[in-house]
Design a protein around this ligand. Structure first.
Ligand SMILES: CC(C)(COP(=O)(O)OP(=O)(O)OC[C@H]1O[C@@H](n2cnc3c(N)ncnc32)[C@H](O)[C@@H]1OP(=O)(O)O)[C@@H](O)C(=O)NCCC(=O)NCCS
Length: 145
């Protein structure tokens, strides 16, 4: 049974998450996460779903106000996608955010992933824009504690 836990910045699990993010979100676009300025991530929240020491899925929450976060860098191990782990990760992240007083979540969804977020109750706000060279849309969800 996969375990949800918060990941401490700069821990071994954080480095594991960065490697997963590089493999899933950057390498296919010819980009290198490790060349990006990750200093701001010290002030962000990091979450993962683990099977023993193996990281199945991870996501970062960046506070944008005392009550709002932006979810970023959502990635599920390519060999584990479509098995409910993405749903399970966000299903644990959202109550963890509510516990800290956050009531609103936004995110920039890659267009092929819109349907995933819609299934989890996120709704489109506004039109398409480009980020890391590919089409994205902004999505939002209110969290009710
Ligand atoms: C998109 C992603 C995060 C989804 O996680 P996942 O573990 O594969 O998804 P789950 O198995 O938890 O799916 C949950 C539900 O969403 C649906 N779903 C998953 N991906 C979908 C997609 N791309 N489009 C539409 N529906 C999708 C599933 O069918 C499932 O529906 P159900 O519960 O009714 O059966 C994951 O596939 C991934 O990392 N993809 C590559 C990177 C990426 O696009 N990240 C998001 C950047 S914004």
């Amino acid at each position: 049974m996969p375990q949800f836990r918060e990941i401490a910045h700069n821990s071994d699990d954080y480095r594991r998450a960065c490697r997963l993010r590089q493999a899933v979100l950057r390498s296919p676009l010819g980009l290198d996460l490790f060349q990006e300025d990750l200093a701001g991530e010290a002030d962000q929240l990091h979450f993962g779903l683990f099977e023993a020491a193996e990281l199945l899925a991870c996501v970062v929450a960046k506070p944008t106000s005392p009550t709002a976060v932006q979810l970023r860098q959502m990635a599920v191990d390519p060999t584990q996608q479509g098995r409910g782990y993405g749903r399970r990760l966000l299903g644990s992240v959202e109550p963890a955010l509510v516990e800290r007083g956050y009531t609103s979540v936004t995110l920039h969804a890659r267009v092929p992933a819109i349907g995933f977020y819609e299934k989890l109750g996120y709704r489109l706000v506004g039109g398409e824009f480009e980020e890391v060279g590919i089409a994205h849309v902004e999505m939002q969800k209110d969290l009710d504690g």
